[in-house]
Design a protein around this ligand. Structure first.
Ligand SMILES: NC(=O)c1ccc[n+]([C@@H]2O[C@H](COP(=O)([O-])OP(=O)(O)OC[C@H]3O[C@@H](n4cnc5c(N)ncnc54)[C@H](O)[C@@H]3O)[C@@H](O)[C@H]2O)c1
Ligand SMILES: [Zn+2]
Length: 356
């Protein structure tokens, strides 16, 4: 097991990679029965291993990450007579942790919470860093709070039941961490691509631990994303636009094309090409990134309509004015954030997105 800490403004958060759900008792506050929030899939697979406590179960999929779900859960907490001493434990992937953290942060102005993270994507990214929240209409993560969980347990064994597409989704965020901060980890992933896809325990342990090390370090330096933390958004400006478009395309969801990591894969291909356009990285480096993503069964073809990507990517224009912070690669393993006009990004999108 490896442990990491995030020293948040509202307290310390510890992340334990390689710890087991069965040891959860060691992390829960003494004498308090936790209220558990999970999703249907995790309850079916692992409900028998949960600690004692009432279980509130939500559905699955991005469409349930709403204020309506939050409201339902808050009513349940009232029904259970929860108070400020209650402890809320989210057991699940990124959707469960984003919702649990938000519910716990607003119930009675905040009760303590922790996570058992069950998907690869949430172990390497979503459960770490204290961003919690939900979507509003088609605006992703539009309503939320910064608040650190008391602990995060990343139980590697739970990943064995993940569908293959979800393994690839998680690997996309690991690629992101390598690209922005850790060239060695990226090479390690390239050299162990198939073992990572097969969830070889030693390989996955290193990849999760290295990712958590990167994320907790960056978040520790800039919890509220006023500067350095922005590098974690590498691939996410255009990636979120792709994700929004995917959600409106029912057929694509049915074909298994939806998923945060898959969208971010396309966002990273675009961001790498944009970095090359600005002469920061070479065409060979773009090829290297694209072939790694392809080898991890992630999409790399930018066959979406440029006008639709631009419309979806410009949604938060009102917040940022006519320019935005865009994350570029300076090299494999180093990122930098630049404020650029929307027009510059839009011109780039028109030149590389080929869909009709
Ligand atoms: N807060 C953050 O900093 C942050 C960062 C990245 C992503 N996110 C958010 O996280 C969400 C994506 O996270 P995710 O990919 O974990 O999504 P998810 O929670 O929807 O999990 C994906 C699917 O895998 C299933 N699953 C989870 N663990 C499993 C297991 N061990 N065995 C079998 N099935 C399992 C889930 O039931 C779900 O159907 C998005 O909403 C994204 O916006 C948040
Ligand atoms: Zn992400």
């Amino acid at each position: 097991m490896k442990s990491f800490q995030v020293n948040g403004l509202q307290g310390l958060s510890s992340i334990h990679v390689g710890e087991s759900l069965s040891n959860i008792g060691a992390y829960l506050p003494a004498g308090v029965t936790p209220i558990i929030i999970t999703d249907e899939t995790i309850k079916t697979l692992y409900g028998k291993n949960f600690p004692d406590g009432p279980v509130l179960t939500i559905g699955t999929g991005e469409k349930i990450k709403t204020l309506a779900t939050v409201e339902t859960l808050l009513r349940e907490l009232i029904r259970l007579s929860c108070d400020r001493t209650s402890f809320i434990l989210g057991i699940g992937g990124g959707i469960v942790s984003d919702i649990t953290g938000f519910v716990a942060s607003v119930f009675l102005r905040g009760v303590d919470f922790g996570f058992v993270s069950t998907s690869l994507l949430s172990q390497v990214d979503a459960s770490v860093g204290g961003k919690n929240g939900v979507n509003l209409d088609s605006f992703k993560n539009m309503v939320g709070v910064f608040n650190q969980p008391k602990f995060v347990i990343c139980d590697i064994d739970l990943l064995q039941t993940l569908p293959k597409t979800e393994i690839s989704n998680g690997l996309a965020e690991i690629v992101k961490h390598g690209l922005i901060c850790d060239a060695d980890m990226l090479s390690f992933l390239e050299n162990n691509r198939q073992k990572a896809l097969d969830l070889d325990p030693d390989i996955i342990f290193r990849l999760v631990a290295d990712s958590v090390a990167i994320k907790s370090r960056v978040v520790g330096e800039d919890e509220k994303e006023a500067g350095k933390r922005r590098i974690l958004n590498f691939g996410h400006t255009i990636g979120h636009a792709v994700e929004t478009l995917n959600q409106t395309k029912q057929t694509q969801e049915k074909m298994g094309l939806a998923g945060h990591g898959r969208a971010i894969s396309l966002g990273m291909v675009a961001a790498a090409m944009f970095s090359q356009r600005k002469k920061l990285i070479s065409p060979d480096e773009v090829d290297r990134i694209t072939s790694l993503l392809r080898g991890l069964n992630l999409p790399v073809d930018l066959d979406y309509r440029a006008d639709q990507i631009i419309a979806a990517a410009s949604r938060d224009k009102k917040k940022q004015g006519s320019s935005l912070h865009y994350v570029f690669l300076e090299a494999i393993g180093t990122a930098r954030v630049e404020k650029i006009p929307y027009d510059e990004m839009n011109d780039f999108i028109r030149s590389v997105f080929t869909g009709s």
